[in-house]
Design a protein around this ligand. Structure first.
Ligand SMILES: [Zn+2]
Length: 303
């Protein structure tokens, strides 16, 4: 055998390497991924907005943050929620949930409704005399979007492992007397996936919590989206004992005029052993679960 034949040419080595890489990429692409559910709590200033993605690719948006014309004139719908959904490649929202009609939850919906195809809007649908709520309801009607009033006992089931239970408001509530009471009529959702659950408490405060403690079944949830931006009147000791959150997310504006979150609530969360994430300090917060374990990351780390 001649010396020349036994030598490996550099071109051959490069070709072999390319083949190995291509095969590795192909094998990696074929490995089945375990189904996951993710939720991102967006940093929308003083307000709430969260985006849930299910294993089959369904998208649920829970509140849209404040809109133009609010106290700070910050349109979270246009500046935060819409760009986030576009970056995520979402072009259809399967469920848009308004926890209640306050501006810091529905103001940003105008931009979201204008920019995305929406299947159904879920709402407590209680009369609320603000121009913004009227504008949002008119837009829903103009666009021909399905609109449903929901109460405790209603379930959204995507048949991909994710089931969304409605815990509040109860059937008995058909109107509210005052603006503050609207918080306690918030839609409260417990989103279940495998052995994990996430509680979205809207702006529910103690009277709604007491009602749910007395009238609902299992409330345990690894993640709690803390009620009413960490207000002192929400997140009672009894509520925390029932929910047993490992992670607490407070959606709150930096230096807000309400003093949210309150020191008392932060203390109760700390005593309950929950790790607290805050949108004013951590920015957007994302949790991913495979139905057994949950991992949480945030734009900025907690100090
Ligand atoms: Zn609020």
């Amino acid at each position: 055998m001649s010396d020349q034949n036994s030598k490996v040419k550099p071109g051959h080595t490069l070709l072999s390497l390319c083949c190995v890489i291509m095969i590795a990429v192909w094998v990696w692409a074929l490995i089945p991924r375990p189904p996951v559910m993710s939720v991102t709590f967006l940093s929308v200033g003083q307000g709430d907005s969260a985006v849930l993605r299910t294993p089959s690719g369904k998208t649920v948006v829970i509140d849209c943050g404040p809109g133009p014309g609010n106290r700070n004139d910050f349109d979270a719908g246009a500046k935060v929620v819409t760009p986030f959904l576009m970056r995520e490649g979402v072009n259809r929202i399967d469920a848009l949930v308004f926890t209640h009609a306050h501006e810091d939850h529905i103001g940003g919906a105008v931009s979201v409704i204008r920019n995305f195809k929406i299947d159904t809007v879920f709402d407590p649908a209680l009369a609320h005399p603000t121009g913004k709520y009227k504008e949002v309801l008119e837009l829903i009607e103009q666009r021909g979007i399905k609109y449903r009033q929901i109460r405790r006992g209603y379930e959204i089931d995507f048949h991909d492992g994710v089931v969304i239970e409605v815990l509040n408001p109860p059937d008995s509530i058909s109107s509210t007397n005052d603006d503050k009471e609207l918080n306690n009529t918030s839609i409260v959702l417990r989103v279940k996936f495998g052995k994990t659950a996430i509680m979205f408490a809207g702006d529910a405060e103690e009277s709604a919590e007491t009602r749910m403690l007395g009238e609902c079944g299992d409330l345990t949830s690894q993640i709690l989206k803390v009620g009413h931006h960490g207000s002192r009147q929400a997140t009672s000791q009894e509520w925390l004992e029932a929910v047993q959150p490992e992670i607490a997310v407070i959606s709150v504006g930096w230096n807000n005029q309400f003093g949210h979150p309150s020191k008392e609530t932060l203390k109760r969360l700390e005593s309950a052993g929950a790790k607290v994430f805050r949108t004013d300090k951590n920015g957007g917060i994302t949790a991913v679960t495979n139905g057994r374990r949950i991992s949480v990351s945030s734009v900025r780390k907690s100090r």
